[in-house]
Structure formats: structure tokens, C-alpha cells
Ligand binder design. Structure first.
Ligand code: ATP
Ligand code: MG
Length: 270
């Protein structure tokens, strides 16, 4: 490597994508974002903004919902991955932790973890199960069906299962959803630890902007299928619009970014 530090391409680059469901419903309208290797990047936005759709466009799971990337590119580790089958995207090192956890409820926690390793042929699966138990000790004690785990335990299992694939990039869809404040703290502590210990890159979708920005290095705010604002986590946490919209008091009426005085439509890189 030269000392001049050539610009390192991001691990993931989403470039001006358009996503359509059922051939007619246009949901993403030219969305772009970058996730540098080894970082946690937050993707924020109100209900229906298109956050989960963005993750599914990356993981290929759109296909299972009759959705399609009709324009733009998703590039992972320098290669274009849009249109590739979801299981092949998992093999390349991207694992999505779905909204609502989606563990297999009629299997045990251990069986769910083994399932996460389905792409692997190495002999270290057992070691990795122990490592997951190291992060989430209470999963080891739960030997019954995963469907009977508490919400927090199911979230932990979903993250643990993702780790079993030894992914390069984890896409997390609202890990705080339905958890008590204490559990949210715990889960985010583990997300940070996983990132630091294992070097896993994370794209984190959250409505809990405060928590997300506390662990992320960079963030994007999306609205109606587009990014309307982006910046370092510190910049966003300090941004008046973000504060008003996401970090304000509970029950405050949510405004659209479009109506906020200081919001200016910024030209994206495409
Ligand atoms: N399979 C689908 N078919 C048709 N429309 C869909 C489908 N999935 C999502 N949509 C629509 O796309 C838009 C964005 O949905 P998406 O789930 O990506 O939003 P989100 O930002 O994740 O919202 P939330 O915070 O509520 O999870 C919504 O208007 C939704 O109704
Ligand atoms: Mg969603």
C-alpha cells in the first residue's frame, strides 16, 4: 500500500437505487448510501420511509416480496450484487437480521444458531456457538423452543444467529423494537461490542435515533424513499431538525423534514 493512502472504497455502496413492489408501487426513489468497512452506520427515518425496503434491496430479500431494484446499483466489496439470489448474498458475507426477529419458533435456540451457520463447512461452528453464548449467556440456559423466549431473548438469538454466519456485514432492522429501555441498552452494548471485537460492519436501521447515533459513526435520514440528510453521528445528534424530529420529547407532533425551515434539499452524489 502506498503511503499516500488511496481512498478505500466502502464495503457497501448503494448508488441511486429505485425499488418497485409488484411492478407498480415505487418505494425507493434514488437512494444512495455508503458503509465503510468496520463501521456502524445508522439509517433513520419515520414509519414507511423505506428503511426495511433498503435493507431488503441489499440482502436480496426483496425478491421474496415481489419487489425489484429497477434502477441503480448495490455494490459489495467492489462487486455489483443486485439481482443475485439471497442465499448467494449470504455466502458473500451479508446477513440481515429482520424486523420482528424472525427466529424459527418451533426450534430450540441452539438449533436456530446452527441454522445461522448453514453456509459454513468449517469445523469451528461449535466454537462460534460458545462465542455467541459468551455475548448472550442467558441463551445457553434456554433449552426450550425459541418461540417461548422473551422478546429480548429472541432479539439476542436473532443477532446470535447472524453472527453464526460469520458475516462481513450485518443489516439490522430495528433491534430496539419492543424492548424495555434496559434491554435496549443491553442489546446496543452488545452491538457495539460485536463491532469492536469482531470487526463486523453494521448497517443499523432504527427509530430509536438516540441509541442508534450513540453507537454509529455516521448516519443517514430518509424520508419517502430518499435520503434527506446525512452526516457524522455527532453532526446528526447536534442537528436541530434531527433533534426536533427524532430526539424531541415524546408525543411531540412529528413534522416532515420537508417542512422544516433549515432543511434544504441537498444534491446527492448522483
Ligand atoms: N411487499 C410490499 N408490497 C408493497 N408495498 C410495500 C411492501 N413492503 C413495503 N411496502 C411499502 O413500502 C413503503 C416502505 O416500507 P418499509 O417497510 O420499507 O418502511 P420502513 O421505513 O421500514 O417502515 P417502518 O419503520 O414502519 O418499519 C411503505 O409505504 C410500505 O407500505
Ligand atoms: Mg421497517
Amino acid at each position: 500500500m502506498s503511503a499516500a493512502q488511496p481512498e478505500v472504497p466502502p464495503l457497501l455502496e448503494v448508488n441511486n437505487i429505485e425499488v418497485v413492489y409488484s411492478d407498480v408501487i415505487l418505494v425507493l426513489r434514488g437512494l444512495s448510501l455508503k458503509v465503510p468497512k468496520g463501521e456502524i452506520v445508522a439509517l433513520l427515518g419515520a414509519n414507511g420511509a423505506g428503511k426495511s425496503t433498503t435493507l431488503k434491496a441489499i440482502s436480496g430479500l426483496l425478491k421474496t416480496e415481489d419487489g425489484e431494484v429497477t434502477r441503480g446499483d448495490v455494490t459489495f466489496a467492489g462487486e455489483r450484487i443486485n439481482g443475485i439470489d439471497p442465499h448467494l448474498i449470504v455466502r458473500r458475507g451479508i446477513f440481515q437480521v429482520m424486523e420482528g426477529r424472525r427466529i424459527v419458533s418451533d426450534m430450540t435456540a441452539l438449533e436456530n444458531l446452527r441454522l445461522g451457520a448453514f453456509t459454513r463447512r468449517d469445523r469451528e461452528v461449535g466454537d462460534d456457538i460458545e462465542r455467541v453464548y459468551g455475548y448472550f449467556p442467558r441463551l445457553k440456559e434456554r433449552t426450550g423452543l425459541a418461540g417461548y423466549l422473551s422478546g429480548g431473548e429472541q432479539q439476542m438469538l436473532a443477532i446470535g444467529r447472524a453472527l453464526m454466519a460469520r458475516p462481513k456485514l450485518i443489516l439490522m432492522d430495528e433491534p430496539s423494537m419492543g424492548l424495555s429501555p434496559l434491554l435496549v441498552q443491553e442489546v446496543f452494548g452488545i452491538i457495539r461490542k460485536i463491532n469492536q471485537d469482531l470487526g463486523v460492519t453494521i448497517l443499523l436501521v432504527e427509530q430509536n435515533a438516540r441509541m442508534a447515533l450513540s453507537v454509529a459513526s455516521y448516519g443517514y435520514v430518509m424520508e419517502q424513499g430518499k435520503v434527506v440528510l446525512d452526516g457524522t453521528a455527532a453532526e446528526l445528534a447536534d442537528n436541530e431538525d434531527v433533534k426536533e424530529f427524532y430526539l424531541g420529547g415524546h408525543g411531540a407532533e412529528r413534522k416532515s423534514f420537508r417542512n422544516l425551515k433549515s432543511f434544504k434539499r441537498r444534491k446527492r452524489w448522483l
